[in-house]
Write a protein that binds this ligand. Sequence first.
Ligand SMILES: Nc1nc2c(ncn2[C@@H]2O[C@@H]3COP(=O)(O)O[C@H]4[C@@H](O)[C@H](n5cnc6c(=O)[nH]c(N)nc65)O[C@@H]4COP(=O)(O)O[C@H]3[C@H]2O)c(=O)[nH]1
Length: 835
Amino acid sequence: MQVEEYSAPTLQEHDGARIGGGRERLRASLSRYRLYRPAIIAACVGVVLSIAGTVAVGRWENRLARTDFEGVAEAQAILVQNGVNEYVSRLTALRTRFESANDDITRSEYQTFSTRLFEAHRGMLRLAWLPRIKRKERGEYEAAAITDGVPAFRIKSYPDGTVAPESDEYYPVYFSTEAKTSPVYGLDYWSIPDHRAVLEQSRDYDMIGALRTRQNLINQNERNNAVMIGIPVYAKGTSRTTVADRRRNLSGFIVGVFDLPMLLQSVRANNPNSPALQINLLPPERVINASGVDPQRWPADPNIWSTTLRIGDADWVFQAAPAGGGLMATHNRALALYAAGIATTIFLAVYLALSSRNAQQLALANRRVLELAQTDALTGLANRAFFLEEMERINDDKNGRFTVFLLDLDRFKNVNDSLGHGAGDELLMQVAQRLRSQLRDEDVLARLGGDEFALIQAGSSDQRAAAIELAQRITKLIAEPFQIGGQRVEIGTSIGISLAPQHGRDQEHLLKKADLALYRSKSAGRSCYTMYDDAMSAELEARNTLEGDLRDAIAQCQFEVHYQPFYDAETRERRGVEALVRWRHPVKGLVPPDKFIPLAESTGLIVPLGEWIIGRVCDDATAWPDDVKVAVNLSPVQFKQSELFDVIQSALARSGLDPKRLEIEITESVLLERAAENESFIDRLKGLGISLALDDFGTGYSSLRSLTAFPFNKIKIDKSFVANLSVRDESAAVISSVVTLARGLGIQITAEGVETEEQLAQLRALGVNFAQGYLLGRPMPVEQLEQHLDIARASDETDEPAPQEEGTHETDARSAAVVALIPRSGALLSLASNG
Ligand SMILES: Nc1nc2c(ncn2[C@@H]2O[C@@H]3COP(=O)(O)O[C@H]4[C@@H](O)[C@H](n5cnc6c(=O)[nH]c(N)nc65)O[C@@H]4COP(=O)(O)O[C@H]3[C@H]2O)c(=O)[nH]1
């Protein structure tokens, strides 16, 4: 990872889908319509049904009302007919009276008789006697009337009321129920054309004539809706057989005027429960229209009911209409039904709308829960669960051809550790965005957790080529620098690929194989991709077998600790030994640590194994002379165990080994994590008197910062530097600088892997403190070492060959050969001399 200052950070926007506003709005409207469709349909159906119901009930109500109305109108017509009949019968009674008495009736008799008739009938306006006055009788009559108390009685003409001109005969109002001062007295009905026509007809045919009077005659207060009935009176005892008889013998007319509204009022007063009607009475003149319909008898208005009334000798038209203008019944039921229908509709529509909305909200909530369950919260990608489901779904498709990629970010941990988790999160989001940009819609991208991503590439014609092409693109894209919080960050990605159906169909196999390939990419140096092949499975199988064996080995104590001595580079005096573990495999023989330590570390088995080693080493070392120090390697995995300090302390306590004789060797990678915890752990170790060595210096990170940050007592220069001493001048230069630096810090230096005298001489010249290597002694079992030490002590006088490591790799003969060679190297001599 490289971290540099970056001045203008620009974070790319999340590449969410953007759809045109118009389409979006249309889609929103459609989905709203779909949501509320049941409510809308219910509302429409409800309104239609309400209207239909209202119309039907309205019609039914109308029919009812019409029937009611017709019944009432008919009853009123009967009542009016009765009233008219009664009225006419009274006029007829008056005629009888006149015809029996003839001229003998005096004004006062008339007054008495007619007032009785008049009072009994409220609709009557006037009852009058129109005598037939011949020209020569005029003066006599006028004088008699005045004598009777009618002031200034004169026979008058209609319409201006002036004195009537000379005529053969007159029919003036002579007797009347009016007050004697009324101007009606003397009015000649013969001068009123329509009155005269009716009267002439009634005279000629001895019938009761009737006339609808529409104009005020004399009295301005006279009502318009009046009916005049005229009855001819013939002279007593005269013939009335022919028209001529009747014309000749006519002595006058009884004229009655009754007011129609008043008559109806009186009818209604006698029937208070009858509903109000507007009633019209039309005279018998018939007007037939073009279609042959009598508009009076059969009016177009359906609200008018009509019948005929017999008045006098003619049929009059009686018309009745509801007083309010419409039919009598209101549409209460229809309105109530309409109101109830609309209210029910509204209720139902609102209920359905709310239910739909609730259902939608529930569905949305469910979908959100499902989404959350399927989505990685940080990146918004699919999560592991969804990814597995998708694989299964695609697997179910018989023709499913797809490629599985597993991706692991390289150096992501360093970003997290150095820039913080916020930066780590931001980096993951940007990685997700870059990956997404490389995929098609049908591909599936997921974050499985941490810095692990996975994707399914949908099948294409050349699956393998397409997979490689995509892997190359992704590797290149992720290797490009990121800008995180104003800083430039460089990482990489390792990819493992498996193909379906070639490498299997079910998700378990495909993921396992992609994982194996990923493992290979990582061990191959990262930032690369690997496609699965069957050899990887074989390797895995071997590894699994080894893991099983390793577990058994720990249980069955198949391990041994061998010791390799190290010496003072200058004097070649022994200084101590390094403990190096070996596995005595029942079948494979002695297995070196680099074949099982990494596996023990990845499986966590290193923890119990390491605990055993420390105990073993402490126990062994207590038997050795005090000047022999013992160094133990600690794995980074052990270092993370919080119990490690207690393990070391109790091993020391149990064995009684002086902590000053114990040296802990760690590699620099241990120090890169958990700096604070490491510092306190190291302080506690040093507090006990244990010394600390930095192993494999020159490989890996080799940061000088570690040297100054932690209180190392020793640096162990890696054997690769020593091997290169004679080949590359830089190696000597590096060792020289480290020696200078270490001296300045008060740290001692051990050179590992010293195999030749030349190397030893060079190292000595460079100022290295200690030397360790095959030249001086290979790792060896404890008995051999102890024997060697004893021998060494005992052989102060006798030459002894340098001790050799035993093992299945070396035959006894070979060991003997090596032993035979050692004295020629001179190492034994120095051991012996310094023993
Ligand atoms: N070519 C060459 N090699 C030489 C020479 N002198 C010593 N060596 C080898 O160099 C390795 C030194 O150990 P190391 O760097 O700590 O490297 C060790 C150490 O990292 C690890 N290891 C060994 N024992 C333990 C242990 O008990 N615990 C832990 N955690 N790691 C251990 O395994 C590594 C390998 O151990 P070994 O196979 O024993 O290999 C040993 C040793 O046999 C030489 O002149 N030439």
